[in-house]
Design a protein around this ligand. Sequence first.
Ligand code: ATP
Ligand code: MG
Length: 438
Amino acid sequence: MRLDDLHLWYLGDPAAPRYVGALKLVSAGKGVSLHYCKEWLDHGFALSEDLPLVDIEHAPPGRLAADAPRAVGAVDDARPDRWGEKVIRCVDRPARLSLMEYLYFAGDDRFGALGVSTSPNGYSPHANSPLPRLEDAQALSEVAAKIEAAEPITAREAKIIAGGGSPLGGAKPKALITIDGEQWVIKFFNNEPIDAPLIEHATMTLASRANITVAETRIIPLIGANAIAIRRFDREQGGRIHAISAGTAIRAATARGQEPELGYPELARILRRVGVTQDDTHRRDTRELFRRMVFNILIDNTDDHEKNHSLLVVRPFQNGRLKLAPAYDVLPTNSGQGHQEFVCGSHGRDSTLDNAMSQCEAFGLVPEEAAAEVAIVIDAVSTWKAHFEQAGVTRRDIESLAERIDGHELAAQRAGFDPSRFRAAPARKIRPGPFRRG
Ligand SMILES: Nc1ncnc2c1ncn2[C@@H]1O[C@H](COP(=O)(O)OP(=O)(O)OP(=O)(O)O)[C@@H](O)[C@H]1O
Ligand SMILES: [Mg+2]
């Protein structure tokens, strides 16, 4: 069966799916377009800023030939990424491998609140097996390892991973599982030279010490290796939260024909413009985003790309305002490459505090305030060794990480940062000038 026509649904209330519109393969198979239905045009909301409620076929930008395949706007976040695509190729084995197959076979548990169905008249997603549970983690990890190694899997193994293997994005082996009735992402050890799952847990909990809101994590010890479980932030009691990646939000805010500036300052500007204003949430979010940038620099998390930050779309029917989702996928990359994936400031992607400080106004911070945030993050990062030890990270792994985190480039920046340099000069008293009367 060729999936030339698919249909997008909204599952904010999964008990009452709402039809959004038709999806089509365009640009010689390199893009997917969306045409809202009348009901959604009348009563729905714009899924992202580049998908306004108008009666046209919204297509991704035309320069796609050179780019990776992409679905239009927020629809792109509803598809799997490299890992999910591998699982679909192994488990579902569709005859054609286009964005449409990947969108469809991701099933019902995908990121955010969108769903994909073969019908415009009813939400009938690809039926995967039920999500595995915590008890299945060992078996799941073994199947995931086989898929990663491109080894063939049996029908029984396919069934184990079919439930939660393909919905989410990212490149590393992972699956969705339920723990006490809630959905968590489980990420497996992938033969990294260090215990990456445990280090991710240690880094995420260290980030919370730097006043960063992180997704809840826990370690799942398996035979021979740890796995990490991360509680889903796009699910809530009885509902799903529409969510988009930072890349989608930035592209949507960029004029057609212009290159998007994929970076922290641009994301901060978007939050200041369309963030949640109630209780000053958007101000707290941009301040937090600034801390996340500084934390990623200092902890050597250089893999902070456009899909490693997400935004929750809050109360979409009123105004679709955005709120920073909790941090996830935060761990040292151990590459020492000296630049981030996301632009930090006037020196582009350079992993330096000077660069982070250079556009602090975009985050709504005057230099003195920004420097105080940097100091908070430095204090937390300076405790990393003791924190990682306490989390159970081995001495060998700590020594390996220390080569970067405590290496000259980063340690010197922590030690050399002087917040007083950024203190505002005291306002000068205005003396009466010679021509001043009175
Ligand atoms: N706790 C969560 N709740 C909801 N969605 C999540 C959560 N954690 C991750 N995701 C989604 O799954 C995707 C993949 O997760 P993650 O970034 O942790 O995996 P990864 O394979 O390590 O990624 P990468 O390809 O960046 O190495 C994220 O980009 C995000 O869309
Ligand atoms: Mg990631």
